[in-house]
Ligand binder design. Structure first.
Ligand SMILES: Nc1nc2c(c(=O)[nH]1)N[C@H]1C(S)=C(S)[C@@H](COP(=O)(O)OP(=O)(O)OC[C@H]3O[C@@H](n4cnc5c(=O)[nH]c(N)nc54)[C@H](O)[C@@H]3O)O[C@H]1N2
Ligand SMILES: Nc1nc2c(c(=O)[nH]1)N[C@H]1C(S)=C(S)[C@@H](COP(=O)(O)OP(=O)(O)OC[C@H]3O[C@@H](n4cnc5c(=O)[nH]c(N)nc54)[C@H](O)[C@@H]3O)O[C@H]1N2
Ligand code: SF4
Ligand SMILES: [Mo]
Length: 701
């Protein structure tokens, strides 16, 4: 037996360190060669501290699942029939090279669309080689983001860049606000740091429209309607000013626009906000006073708030709060969000973009959230080749019936690289088998803490699967490309990003030996103790001329999303076709987005998809617990069992996201995201899953 240090690759803030135990001599598994017999958390890892999670505790089941794709597959039946035959790598590559070359000859390079997500968020397996390969093809470019860029863009509007506090600093705080984040589910290894603060008497408030597991574990819960937080924040500002709770010295020294902001929020009384966000004016006043009276108040947030039409504005406004109270001055004070920007400052992600490989011509950008539109609406040129890997867009991207419609086009050639026959893979023409994190080399930058992880492969690739980088090397060879950069080895790719460019002391040897290293940031580092904002003025911008130039409000401003009843006469709700707001949250402890939902020890114990609604809404529609209901809007319709609870409020319903179509009892390919809105966010290129209206009706059969 040997042990191998690695790091979880999932798109999860915790980036846990792990230890794989490998039986070099095992013969009791279908896989040839060494077998991983145990995977546990690395006790030395300072953030995850030896624990993994209910998803990854069973990662070995995933690696050796009988459903794993182990050989290239070529479609034999009609599109979407799921009928494939095994092919050799050579045959499959040759087919792809021919179809791609023909398409480019007919329509030009931009007919090719690459779509990837963060199935692995490792440095090289997510980021390397594909930029070169698609630049060489002259393809369309993937733009936008499913996750994170809107939040970062919002914070950057106020601070100049998205830098905020190290999340574990929460342990030193006396007032913790978990704002639009479900820590206990999505960021579980941060919770012990919150408990540390609590043991010293810290008060924990969760602000979330849904009474989540995190809300249940908090001291106080505030449930605004989704998409209304900016109104709450403006009223908080009003109260902070009225009650003299501004740190005037901090504001005068390190911010711009205070006078204009004071004027702007004069009318934003808690009563006004209350009418929009549906929480008591007194609750908003109490929140503001508690926030203003606590020196080291700490707001923890991640991504939940960005999935709205005005998601960036939410983060831009939130970033003003710790400036106004001067919380940034104090240990345990400030705000934390994803920490990706810290790794980006110390690892040279740009090293993977070699601009010399293409002629510098502009290539059209297509937002990844608009995959369905890109496949069904473009003509100049149409998308006739889709490469999809490292993600499951047929399930995870909004307005997904349109994606399915596009992927069913006979004149579209789709190439997928996957570990499993996902809903996306099932719509492909050619599928290549992908390996898992236990089979590949990588470095894992974290977006939830300050440690960079290393991932040593524990075993060789299972079956004929290959890593993303090896897939691109093989595709480049099949296309007849010869530039040496396209064939860089994994180890050299890592060196490229760690040693070229802007690295500040990430020592690869230490990384490989220990499994992680800390970024060059001290543990008590607080980025804005003495201002130092990255804006042109060097100050936090309560008023932002840059936003004005982008056509956005210069000041924090509440704007109701278009697909909502917010700000509308609520009696109009009764007459509307789609009177209910739908949220489609991450809900299941055994899923990571749509990953794991089809595995037998993960999916079935979660019990299947459902619609959760308030007794008031249920009874209005004659629905009882366990009944089947239809949830529908103009985009799609789903049939799911009813769960009645008081975790939401009247007018707000939830369908958990993550199940593939086969998880629904009756589905012709639709999943929760068939219903969701693909309206883009105000800035940042994200999308507003959370601003979706539906109606729910009993199914009479
Ligand atoms: N178990 C598990 N863990 C995960 C994931 C998973 O799928 N499963 N996914 C990972 C990924 S990719 C990410 S990005 C992170 C996300 O981590 P989080 O941002 O913590 O998670 P979300 O569930 O996206 O959103 C958090 C909460 O925001 C609330 N919310 C939605 N709209 C609003 C609003 O307008 N106002 C307020 N105040 N709250 C709102 C939702 O009800 C939800 O409970 O989690 C990661 N961790
Ligand atoms: N309604 C709704 N929709 C949402 C969200 C929500 O809260 N509600 N959350 C959004 C968020 S925050 C995110 S980040 C996205 C996530 O969306 P996706 O990134 O599409 O997430 P997954 O469904 O986990 O798909 C990852 C896929 O990558 C594959 N994979 C894993 N490792 C590798 C690898 O090394 N190589 C290759 N080729 N494949 C690999 C896995 O098998 C899996 O099928 O979903 C978004 N969609
Ligand atoms: S999914 Fe997240 S919590 Fe689970 S092991 Fe991976 S990094 Fe840790
Ligand atoms: Mo995400």
């Amino acid at each position: 037996m040997t042990t191998v240090l690695g790091t979880c690759h999932h798109d999860c803030p915790d980036s846990c360190g792990w230890v794989a135990t490998v039986d070099e001599a095992s013969t009791d598994n279908a896989a040839t060669g060494p077998v991983v017999v145990k995977l546990r958390g690395n006790k030395e890892h300072p953030f995850s501290q030896g624990e993994l999670c209910p998803k990854v505790n069973r990662f070995i089941d995933r690696v050796y699942s009988p459903d794993r794709l182990l050989h290239p597959l070529v479609r034999t039946g009609p599109k979407g029939s799921g009928e494939f035959r095994e092919a050799t790598w050579d045959e499959a590559l040759e087919l792809v090279a021919k179809r791609v070359s023909d398409a480019i000859e007919t329509h030009g390079g931009q007919t090719v669309l690459p779509w990837w997500s963060a199935g692995t968020q490792g440095l090289i397996q997510e980021g390397a080689l594909h930029p070169l390969f698609f630049a060489k093809l002259g393809s369309s470019r993937r733009t936008g983001s499913l996750c994170g860029v809107t939040a970062s863009g919002g914070i950057a509007a106020t601070y100049g860049d998205p830098k905020a506090a190290e999340p574990s600093n929460v342990q030193h705080s006396d007032l913790i606000i978990l704002w639009a984040t479900n820590t206990k589910l999505t960021n579980r290894h941060l919770w012990p740091f919150i408990e540390k603060a609590r043991a010293r008497g810290a008060h924990v408030i969760t602000i979330d429209p849904m009474r989540t597991a995190t809300a249940e574990a908090s001291d106080e819960v505030i449930q605004p309607l989704p998409g209304t937080d900016v109104a709450v924040m403006l009223a908080m500002m009003h109260v902070l000013i009225r009650e003299g709770l501004i740190d005037q010295d901090y504001v005068d020294s390190y911010a711009v626009g205070f006078e204009e902001l004071v004027e702007h929020v004069t009318d934003w009384t808690p009563e006004r906000a209350s009418a929009i966000c549906g929480i008591d004016a007194q609750q908003i006043t109490d929140l503001a006073i508690r926030y203003g009276q606590t020196n080291n108040s700490f707001i923890t947030t991640l991504i939940g708030g960005e999935h709205h039409e005005h998601g960036a504005m939410l983060f831009r406004t939130m970033a003003c709060l710790p400036v106004l109270t001067g919380a940034w001055r104090h240990r345990g004070g400030g705000l934390s969000k994803s920490t990706g920007v810290w790794s980006e400052a110390q690892i040279d992600f740009g090293a993977f973009q070699r601009p010399n490989l293409w002629d510098g011509a502009d290539r059209r950008g297509l937002n990844m959230n608009h995959l369905g539109r890109s496949l069904t609406e473009l003509s100049d040129p149409p998308v006739t080749v889709l490469f999809a890997w490292n993600g499951n867009p047929a399930v995870t991207v909004p307005n997904s019936d349109l994606i399915r419609e596009g992927m069913l086009r006979d004149d579209l050639f789709t190439v997928v690289h996957e570990q499993f026959m996902t809903d996306t893979a099932a719509l492909a023409d050619v599928i290549f088998p992908a390996c898992t994190q236990l089979e590949q080399l990588d470095v894992v930058p974290s977006w939830g803490h300050m440690y960079v992880g290393f991932n040593n492969p524990a075993i060789p690739p299972v079956g004929e699967s290959v890593s993303n980088t090896e897939w691109f090397r093989r595709l480049s060879k099949a296309m007849g490309f010869t530039e040496p950069e396209l064939f860089t080895s994994d180890s050299d790719l890592i060196d490229t990003a760690l040693t070229e460019g802007s690295l500040h002391g990430i020592d690869r040897q230490a990384l490989e030996r220990d499994g992680f290293v800390r970024l060059d940031v001290s543990e008590d580092h607080n980025p804005y103790v003495e201002g130092g904002f990255a804006t042109p003025s060097g100050r936090a911008e309560l008023v932002s001329e840059r936003l004005g130039e982008m056509g956005q409000p210069r000041l924090p401003t509440f704007i109701a999303p278009e697909e909502s009843f917010i700000g509308a006469d609520l009696s109009s709700r009764d007459a509307a076709d789609y009177p209910l707001t739908l949220t489609t949250p991450k809900h299941h402890v055994r899923f990571l987005n749509s990953s794991y939902s089809a595995l037998p020890k993960h999916g079935p114990p979660e019990g299947g998809p459902f619609i959760e609604l308030d007794p008031v809404d249920a009874h209005k529609r004659g629905l009882n617990e366990g009944d089947n209901a239809r949830v529908f809007n103009d985009r799609s319709s789903l049939t799911v069992p009813v769960r009645i609870s008081e975790r939401l409020r009247p007018g707000l319903v939830a369908v958990p996201f993550g199940w593939w179509a086969e998880g629904y009892e009756a589905s012709n390919g639709s999943t929760a995201n068939a219903l969701t809105s693909d309206t883009l966010t105000d800035w940042g290129g994200g999308v507003s899953y959370g601003d979706t209206l539906v109606e729910v009706a009993a199914v009479n059969d």
